[in-house]
Design a protein around this ligand. Structure first.
Ligand code: ZN
Length: 185
């Protein structure tokens, strides 16, 4: 088996093709086992969406563990699909650490997933795989009980690659994360 670093073994006349940009053809939930049937949400599930997309003008979903309170602090947060981290920073009060991953869909359009209030960011740049751990659930520096604020944006979003308000009656460019994932699992 050849090692990737053995570039001298590749003949000059057949340069290795540039790695094609990986396509996000499948998505999974960013917490727990990643497999929920949201239409039949069941309290037996270990995780649940505590504040749905659109509820109270929420622009994302708040994912919590059923065990309640801060018992989910430090639980892993996973990339929902293959993509590239295009934002990773402490976005200040109300947000804490935030990661945005940009995904290329099979039709070549792009979407972004946003992971907010992270306690820890374990990945801050480069490509990530679906279900790769990128951070841990946090509380935005003590502002909330621990949970993951999770958004999904289309490229037409005016907030592409930016931190938004988290809540707004204007949902232009924002998608319902669970609906999107359920169609692509
Ligand atoms: Zn939220």
């Amino acid at each position: 088996m050849a090692f990737a670093g053995c570039s001298e073994a590749v003949p000059a006349e057949s340069p290795r093709p540039k790695t094609p940009r990986s396509i996000a053809d499948r998505f999974a939930y960013p917490v727990g086992p990643g497999e929920y049937v949201t239409a039949a949400r069941d309290k037996r599930d270990e995780w649940y969406n505590a504040q749905d997309f659109g509820e109270n003008n929420h622009l994302g979903e708040d994912w919590n563990k059923n065990s309640g309170g801060n018992t989910d602090c430090g639980e892993p947060v996973y990339a929902a699909a293959h993509g590239t981290i295009t934002y990773a920073a402490d976005a200040g009060p109300g947000w804490g650490n935030v990661i945005i991953v940009t995904h290329t869909l099979p039709n070549r359009s792009e979407v972004q997933t946003l992971y907010g209030h992270l306690q820890e960011m374990t990945r801050t740049s480069g490509e990530v795989n679906k279900r790769e751990k990128i951070g841990t659930i946090g509380n935005a520096n003590g502002r909330y009980l621990c949970h993951l604020h999770f958004e999904l944006r289309e490229i037409k979003s005016p907030l592409w690659d930016q931190i938004g308000p988290g809540y707004s009656p204007d949902r232009t460019g924002f998608l319902d994360p669970s609906n999107f994932i359920d169609k692509r699992r």
